[in-house]
Design a protein around this ligand. Structure first.
Ligand SMILES: [Zn+2]
Length: 415
């Protein structure tokens, strides 16, 4: 009888023990899930890079150039194409299969499709809300940068609301209302309005709390300001050209502008930076492959600055690199026998530098020369081709497969 009782007690203890273990497992799983739910899906540091007009062939051309430079047929990569995540984004606008920069920038700044030429506004002219504005309200610092003027379509879609993207001056007037901390670029197009008779843009920017620093030295001297705009020194108090490809020593590169921005914003507070490589598009509109490739390499240099930051804060940083659309319908291999050989870069580079192809050749001459070298352009406007999206860091796994440009803000925020 004693044995039986002992057995029953042991069984009771064993069952009790198993129930306890099961409860502990359930509690552990609950805690883990709870923590996961509690963890903010939005990265603390966000970089969104836009290569204006940069389609797959443009990236391929740049990597073929880098491979040629290394004495190889292929295999050299830009930094951002090594990112682990890759998606493809459709870019059509609300009223055209082929988007313009402003409609696409409105899509990835706010998640809304709009008409071509509209900027930060829906097709029925209501102001859109950029995701950078939501983050700003949550305490993020915001930086908006470009290698082309700060009032161009891509940067403007993050702070302006217009139904005509070409009204540069009204766009500049809307900049201060953003309250964003940092802007950078060569300067502003139409500094005194389209007719050149308006108040200088710097006046109303200053009245609304924005200091313009012309050049690096002035920027460093003003880093205690709450709202700071970097512009190239050579554009002081005048309109900036729509783009420049002839960089000289006096120009601060996009990579250096980003370094200044990171120094200025610091990493105590969370931040989001949108950084555009704008002249890629202008070169592609001109159907000029060599300067287009140089522009992508400069763009990649700027991305490298963000990547170095990511390496220091890998669990809190997201870098996304994409384009607003493809420009030029670029094809690689157009030399009649569909062969593309590395020798052709020899000819492209030497002739482009020696002859200044962009300025001295007619469009027809330039096209014929590039065809001989293995490049074909099908248009000097945009195309409807989808664009690649590269991502690394916290939340990067959300970028995969076929997406639309309106998905980008949601995927960045993780909501
Ligand atoms: Zn564009």
């Amino acid at each position: 009888m004693e044995n039986k009782e002992l057995k029953t007690s042991l069984r009771t203890i064993a069952i009790g023990f198993l129930v306890l273990v099961a409860l502990l497992i359930c509690y552990g799983a609950f805690r883990a899930n709870w923590r996961k739910d509690k963890e903010d899906p939005t990265p603390k540091y966000i970089f969104l890079f836009i290569g204006d007009g940069m389609g797959n062939s443009h990236v391929c051309a740049a990597e073929s150039y880098l491979s040629w430079k290394a004495g190889k047929l292929g295999g050299e990569q830009l930094g951002f194409t090594k990112f682990p995540q890759l998606a493809m984004a459709s870019t059509y606008s609300a009223d055209h299969q082929v988007t313009c920069s402003s409609a696409s920038a409105t899509a990835f700044s706010s998640g809304h499709k709009t008409n071509n030429n509209f900027i930060g506004a829906t097709p029925d002219s209501a102001a859109t809300r950029p995701f950078t504005m939501d983050l700003h309200e949550k305490g993020y610092k915001v930086g908006i940068m470009s290698s082309v003027p700060i009032n161009h379509a891509t940067p403007a879609a993050f702070y302006a609301h217009q139904t005509n993207r070409w009204g540069y001056y009204p766009i500049t007037e809307q900049l201060p209302a953003s309250g964003y901390e940092f802007f950078a670029g060569p300067g502003f197009a139409e500094w005194r309005g389209r007719d050149g008779e308006q108040r200088p843009s710097g006046e109303f920017l200053a009245e609304n709390g924005y200091t313009i620093a012309w050049g690096e030295e002035e920027f460093r001297a003003n880093m205690d300001k709450d709202h700071l705009i970097f512009c190239q020194e050579s554009n002081r108090d005048r309109s900036a050209n729509e783009y420049t490809i002839d960089y000289d020593e006096s120009w601060t590169s996009l990579a250096d502008m980003l370094r200044l921005g990171l120094d200025y914003m610091g990493n105590e507070k969370p931040f989001v930076i949108m950084c555009e490589g704008g002249e890629i598009d202008w070169c592609a509109h001109e159907n000029s492959v060599y300067p287009m490739v140089q522009a992508i390499i400069r763009f990649d240099d700027a991305i490298q600055v963000a990547y170095e930051f990511y390496e220091k804060h890998p669990d809190e940083t997201l870098i996304v690199v994409t384009a607003d659309h493809e420009t030029g319908g670029l094809a690689i291999g157009y030399n009649f026998d569909w062969q593309f050989s590395v020798q052709d870069w020899d000819k492209v580079e030497s002739r482009w530098i020696a002859d200044g192809c962009t300025d001295k050749m007619s469009h027809e001459e330039r096209m014929a020369f590039q065809n001989e070298c293995g490049f074909g352009w099908t248009t000097n406007e945009h195309t409807g081709a989808p664009v690649p999206v590269y991502a690394v860091g916290k939340g990067a796994e959300r970028f995969h497969g076929r997406i639309d440009n309106t998905d980008i803000p949601r995927l960045i925020l993780g909501i």
